[in-house]
Design a protein around this ligand. Structure first.
Ligand code: GLA
Length: 703
């Protein structure tokens, strides 16, 4: 069984030089040496809680809230992430008495506190007095006060003011026994930036550090194109809309850098004053959000957390499972759901409520994928403010809504089952490679509006999860040695260092699979002066002769030893050069160029294998390909057969494995146990597990 521990490892700044050091550093950056930092010493291994805003309510109400939480087995609140104006009502004048009392009251009710640094909502006195702290939009207009994420992370004045409040909080609560950790800002301000002279000058300085000479920058960006040549750093613009791809990629790296630096200022302050017992996390927004490189920015965190919302419709276990696994893969360790949906949100076109039982299934689904805490956003809606209509656990009258009971039941189950999960995490035999830089590069030059990088990742994820029942989603720079199969559906940027890393993996016995558009560009977002997959052509014994965007709704038949089916959207014409390169699929009749040409090539390499899939395959064929890849690589299911619609996930550690089974189908399902196990949660009849729709079973298998 492959047991893989790693940290995120892509440097946004100096990818190739820092590559090895970053992988090595990632483990040591965590001040908390608890092997599973999401499971807090002295507390349940599984926690459940809510976002609570005591500053919005009279103090006389707090005890009622906390008693209700305690009675419902909720044991965490995240507070203060929007409370700057209450904590610092005027410049340099701090009011923490209310917060002291709120934390003590929470302690009395056995509710642990996570403090959010409030820098996503600078107060009105601040933005009024220092307008330069407000972001400037790409159209040149300064944002107005009154929403959130309006501060500019590149403003020196803003940073100074953020330091002030965070230092005060860290000094005061860094040793508080009921404060278990910190959340940086809120959702990384959606990675919004200021488009003003201060930001531009900082970007130019950053470029100077990266390239050293303007000639080097001109060369890597090929600025002779369209007369873009720069003589001086000060001439370089912030890209707005379409621009030079090298400039655009570096701007995204700079965005990541600026937010990482903003985060680091706060981390350093907290670490200066706080016990190492207190964790520091940031609340990400899942795989769908790619405003910055999450691998880079998560590196200094104790663990990551994310905010999991379905939005409209219902939970798609494949799409949501992929997001869970991708977020777990940022640091290669368990995580928290700092926020999740209490039935409905308020920001979609149709804010339907999740079905009865679905919120509970969603919470256990998160645990199965590696979450150790699930917090609902939010406890009770403020009586005014932008989100009056969002789902809550209490109504405006302060009494429970119908969903409350389901959440309380789930929280009780978390408490009852928690010891089974202690010391466990997710380990997998299969990894999917997720790369923010490749995703940006493709999305900026899609070539066909139909190409969907995340969609393709999800196709492979769905097909492979069905087989392996456990998948890691990691950076291409992560250590890969423990995996039997590594699939990179659209790894557009493969600089030489990365190519060597991937080749070493295959050389040592792994099976590397590259999807369409792989190995086309270098780390400057420049085309490689080779055909795809660039530095891997020789080892693959094949190359891409030409790529073709296929006409809308026109697919091409593909067939060969792998099977047969349809390819659509994107098709690459491969050519083998090595005698032992096998062609697994060929195109049928299409545009003439593709007719009869190889679509998929595979070759044994070292102790392993490299396979290149040059087309977007239909769902059935993707499943066939996933079966072949898994068989060829010796991938096995972690549990065993389950009926369609039932998802199984596994957590392993401390001499046990724990399975989480959930029925997402609309029928009742029976699942046969592969061997006897202890049923922690769920019903058994005639030795089978019985699962109603949204039914959950937790099975403990002591090894
Ligand atoms: C985000 C924010 C919360 C709240 C929710 C609503 O996750 O972090 O403050 O606005 O969305 O869904």
């Amino acid at each position: 069984m492959a047991l893989v521990k790693f940290g995120g490892s892509v440097s946004a700044i100096l990818i190739s030089i820092l590559f090895t050091t970053l992988i090595m550093q990632s483990a040591s950056n965590t001040p908390n040496d608890n092997p599973i930092p999401t499971q807090l010493p002295g507390r349940n291994a599984l926690l459940m809680g809510a976002a609570w805003y005591p500053e919005q309510w009279p103090e006389s109400r707090w005890e009622t809230d906390l008693s209700l939480m305690e009675s419902a087995h909720l044991n965490v609140v995240r507070i203060t992430e929007f409370a700057w104006s209450t904590m610092e009502p005027s410049e340099g004048h701090y009011e923490f008495g209310w917060l002291d009392r709120a934390i003590r009251l929470a302690e009395k009710h056995h509710v642990a506190v996570v403090l959010g640094t409030p820098t996503a909502t600078p107060p009105a006195w601040l933005t009024q007095k220092y307008p330069e702290t407000l972001r400037v939009e790409p159209n040149g207009q300064r944002v107005t006060h009154g929403n959130r994420a309006h501060g500019s992370v590149t403003s020196k004045k803003y940073e100074e003011l953020c330091r002030g409040i965070v230092e005060q909080m860290a000094r005061r609560y860094g040793h508080d026994p009921n404060v278990v950790g910190w959340q940086f800002d809120n959702e990384y301000g959606y990675a919004l930036m200021s488009y003003n002279d201060e930001a531009r000058a900082e970007f130019q300085n950053w470029l100077k550090t990266r390239y050293k000479t303007i000639e080097s920058l001109n060369q890597h960006w090929t600025t002779a194109y369209w007369s873009e040549v720069y003589d001086d750093w000060s001439e370089i613009p912030i890209p707005v809309g379409g621009h030079n791809p090298g400039l655009m990629l570096d701007w995204k790296r700079f965005v990541t850098y600026a937010w990482t630096a903003h985060q680091q200022v706060q981390i350093d302050l907290i670490r200066q004053y706080a016990d190492t017992r207190q964790f520091i996390t940031g609340n990400f927004m899942g795989l769908g959000f790619d405003g910055l490189d999450h691998y880079t920015i998560s590196r200094p965190l104790t663990f990551i957390s994310w905010d999991n919302y379905v939005g409209s419709g219902h939970l798609d276990p494949v799409a949501n499972g992929l997001s869970h696994d991708a977020m777990r893969g940022l640091l290669g360790q368990n995580y928290w759901l700092m926020e999740t949906q209490p039935g409905a949100v308020n920001w979609h076109a149709i804010n339907n409520f999740l079905n009865k039982g679905e919120v509970r299934a969603m919470a256990w689904h998160a645990v199965g994928h590696g979450a150790d805490d699930v917090n609902y956003w939010q406890w009770r809606s403020a009586l005014n403010g932008q989100e009056e209509m969002h789902g809550t656990l209490l109504g405006p009258d302060g009494t429970p809504v119908p969903l409350f009971e389901e959440v309380a039941q789930t929280a009780k189950e978390f408490s009852d089952a928690q010891s089974a999960f202690r010391g466990t995490t997710v380990t997998s035999q299969v990894a999917l490679l997720n790369d923010y830089e490749s995703r940006w590069a493709i999305d900026w030059q899609k070539h066909t509006s139909q190409y969907n990088t995340l969609g393709l990742l999800q196709n492979y994820y769905g097909a492979l999860h069905r087989i392996a029942q456990s998948i890691d989603v990691v950076s291409p720079y992560a250590p890969l040695g423990g995996y039997k199969l590594v699939v990179a559906p659209s790894l557009n940027l493969i600089p030489e260092t990365l190519a060597n890393h991937l080749l070493a993996y295959a050389q040592n016995g792994g099976h590397l699979v590259l999807g369409p558009r792989s190995g086309m560009k270098d780390e400057y977002n420049a085309l490689l002066p080779q055909r795809q997959p660039g530095y891997l052509v020789e080892s693959l014994g094949s190359r891409v002769e030409q790529y073709y965007a296929l006409e809308k709704d026109k697919s091409v038949h593909v067939s060969g030893p792998l099977g047969s089916g349809e390819a659509s959207v994107w098709a690459e014409q491969l050519k083998t050069s090595a005698q032992d390169a096998e062609v697994l699929l060929r195109y049928g009749q299409s545009n003439g160029w593709l007719d009869g040409q190889p679509a998929v090539a595979s070759r044994a390499y070292g102790k392993g294998r490299i396979t290149y899939i040059g087309a977007v395959l239909d769902e059935k064929l993707t499943k066939i390909a996933a079966d072949w890849l898994s068989q060829k690589s010796g991938v096995t299911a972690v549990f065993g057969p389950v009926p369609d619609g039932v998802e199984v996930n596994r957590r392993v550690g401390s001499g046990k494995q724990v399975f989480v089974l959930i029925n997402f189908s609309s029928q009742r399902q029976n699942v046969a146990l592969p061997h006897p196990m202890t049923v922690i949660l769920g019903s058994v009849q005639n030795g089978d597990i019985q699962l109603d729709t949204y039914g959950v079973a937790i099975l403990l298998d002591q090894k």
